[in-house]
Design a protein around this ligand. Sequence first.
Ligand SMILES: *Cc1c(COP(=O)(O)O)cnc(C)c1O
Length: 460
Amino acid sequence: MSEVLKNYDLEELKKLDNDHHMHPFTDYKGLEGEGGSRVIVRGEGCYLYDAEGHKILDGMSGLWCTNVGYGRKELAEAAYEQLLELPYYNTFFKTTTPPAAKLAAKVASLLPDNMNHVFFSGSGSEANDTNLRLARHFWQLEGKPNKKIIISRENAYHGSTIAGASLGGMSAMHKQAGLEIPGIEHVMQPYWFGEGGDMTPDEFGIYAARKVEEKILEVGADNVAAFIGEPVQGAGGVIIPPKTYWAEINRICEQYDILLICDEVICGFGRTGNWFGHQTLGIKPDIVTMAKGLSSGYLPISASGVGDRVYNTLYEKGGEFFHGYTYSGHPAAAAVALRNIEIIEREGLVEKVRNETGPYLAQKIKELDDHPIVGETRTLGLLAAIEITNDKAKRTRFEPAGKAGTICRDEFFKRNTVMRACGDVMVTAPPLTIEKSQIDDLINTARECLDATAKELGVI
Ligand SMILES: *Cc1c(COP(=O)(O)O)cnc(C)c1O
């Protein structure tokens, strides 16, 4: 990091950033008031380093994406070699490139047997735009042009483009641009801790799934193209549905002939202890959204897995599909994604999460259940959440909502550890390479931060 300090004056850099850089999901005046951005200069394994030399344990894998951790030389080399050989060529002109073709085949081999094709985009949001177009186009070709509505869930996250934000269920996002676009409906999320009332989790899982059925009956199955859902909602607060939920969703989608889109942008590539969340949770998707862990975030790339039913209709009846992006199948990004998958396989990271670190995180985080302000902890693989509550039995929040989460997140920040607050839920999704001793560090820090938060809230 001394390199950076040699090349830049840190205060100058922070001023440039403040004066010219509009950050995503940021309150600009607020950021300035807090003294501007923290400058991150290097990453190695599960750790980040900032310009002041702090070593930071990254419990969020960047933004849920650096599955193989930081500092992978061979990913840099894969990009370098491809950039020298062929930095760019498109896949529109009846052309392809070796990395794009190989990556499509590799990803298809990891997906269910009845899913054999892949469409590339540049980000998770773009992939979900693609999926919306695919689903509606499919039904048009099937002679059912009225099947246009996509059903999603409140508090879902599907990206930040117009279609992505509309598909998502974040009301704050909807308010800022007159969203959602027509033809998208939201139903209850399967969030037992927050919305399950007196029901058992299993009862509530059925109840929440039936909200999808009620919506289908309300708008008419002849008008519904697809249901979209994250296997586990990530940005919404690591919401792991009750066991009964997805089986009922499978039944409903089948019964009413509705496509099922699984947004695996976070759950994909090992996060839940299988290659995909739909394998862990028994979901039967027609279309799968992938991004983030596909390249471990080293370069931007995303993909839609397209099941045979949808693909065959486009193939037989579709003619030209008028859709694509300049960077669809970008050769350098595809080369990095291929090598990233190779690393996950070679190092057995999926099995490591399933058999070793996932169960270990589950066991360690349970130790926090007795904390006075913890209402619930939950994990699936290397996704975990800690619910902050002011009443364990009633599962209610401190007022105002979000304050406790913000305090707790800032406490993590002070201790050079990253956990994110989704409202009053603390979430973590560390790199799949994390070791047990680092999980110990993460959970020990969490206890300290919860203590400090409780103290600040006047509880202990
Ligand atoms: C991050 C995310 C997206 C959006 O991906 P971008 O690359 O930021 O556009 C979509 N779906 C889910 C589930 C995500 O977590």
